[in-house]
Ligand binder design. Structure first.
Ligand SMILES: [Zn+2]
Ligand SMILES: [Zn+2]
Length: 346
């Protein structure tokens, strides 16, 4: 098969012929029809994820069709259209038994711990615990945006942040997760203040439902600007980017007893950011993490799509082929395209 592969961290990524994946006994082989381009792939390419072994094929936002099922796979058969969360739970540890596969004690992540889906085929282990059947009405490209961006946003805003109708959500960083959070918050009946430094991202945020947009490059203090726009601070704030500045701004943009959700990965120099803990104590703020979503939680999100409250395809701004993946991935650190880029294969 053909795959986008790199042999050293930060080195060239090339589309090459590699061996087809072998089907895991407990898993399936998926013929990749769409795979989202995500900032986490860029982190992986730079060596920020200790799970990656070289050479490596990235890609963790896959949608496609099963072409082979392993002998121990009970629930899935060739021909079924599926997607998968970016974390595969084992199904048997204490977290998985509790239904919390996203914090499994023994996680696998296609695109990180195993080869991913910037390829014609991808092996997905642990299929019975982790695959999700796609409704016929949901196309592959839209489905590919669910497994990472939309599920992360849904888990962050609805399940972790407990955002209610009529409350204010502040979104710091309007990339894929941030824009997904805006769409989900709007579907939930909340008001949204969106913060970014990119004019295109802010314009898209407004189109998707943000009633206040704040240009962080122009505002003297973006957190203070959120307080002004929301009449006293956000009830829930999400750092959707993952940066020491946005993490701090998100916490400082909260009203008393507000909930901060850290959705963006903080790595390298940002791994241990200085945070306004005085306000966390004095204002009884909550600081919450979020790490994907278990397969069995997908139906609530799919229901929002089925009844028209959410349209994930609105976020797709670029569609590319496999040949364009290397350049697109390598420039992700420098260039932020508003909206989601999806690789599609015929
Ligand atoms: Zn992702
Ligand atoms: Zn587990």
């Amino acid at each position: 098969m053909r795959a986008a592969i790199f042999e050293r961290f930060g080195g060239p990524i090339a589309v090459e012929r590699v061996d087809d994946p072998t089907c895991p006994d407990d898993g399936v082989i998926v013929q990749v029809r769409a795979n989202g381009v995500c900032r986490s792939d860029w982190h992986g390419w730079l060596g920020h994820d200790p799970a990656i072994r070289l050479p490596h094929v990235p890609g963790h936002e896959v949608a496609g069709t099963i072409v082979e099922a392993g002998r121990d796979c009970i629930r899935w058969r060739p021909g079924e259209r599926v997607t998968v969360p970016f974390i595969l739970g084992c199904g048997s540890c204490p977290a998985c038994r509790d239904g919390q596969h996203q914090i499994c004690h023994d996680q696998r992540q296609p695109g990180f711990s195993t080869w991913g889906a910037f390829a014609e085929y991808v092996a997905v282990e642990r299929a019975d615990s982790n695959l999700i059947a796609l409704p016929e009405s949901l196309d592959f490209a839209a489905a590919a945006s669910l497994g990472c961006r939309f599920t992360t946003a849904y888990r962050a805003v609805i399940e972790r942040g407990r955002l209610q109708a009529g409350e204010w959500l502040a979104v710091h960083g309007c990339g894929g997760v941030g824009l997904s959070a805006i769409m989900i918050a709007r579907a939930a009946g909340a008001a949204i203040a969106a913060v970014d430094i990119d004019a295109d991202a802010l314009a898209l945020a407004r189109t998707l439902g943000a009633s206040a947009v704040i240009d962080a490059s122009a505002a003297a203090d973006p957190a203070e600007a959120v307080h002004e726009a929301t009449g006293g601070g956000a009830h829930v704030a999400v750092d959707a980017l993952g940066h020491r500045i946005t993490a701090g701004n998100s916490i400082r943009s909260l009203r008393r007893q507000g909930r901060h959700v850290q959705a963006g990965l903080l790595t390298g120099d940002d791994a241990e950011p200085p945070l306004p803990m005085e306000s966390v104590v004095g204002h009884e703020l909550e600081i919450l993490g979020t790490h994907g979503m278990a397969a069995h939680r997908f139906p609530a999100l799919l229901a929002m799509i089925a009844d028209g409250r959410l349209a994930p395809q609105q976020l797709i701004r670029r569609r590319i082929g496999l040949e364009e993946v290397p350049a697109t991935l390598m420039e992700l650190g420098e260039q932020q395209h508003a909206g989601i880029t999806v690789m599609e294969l015929a």
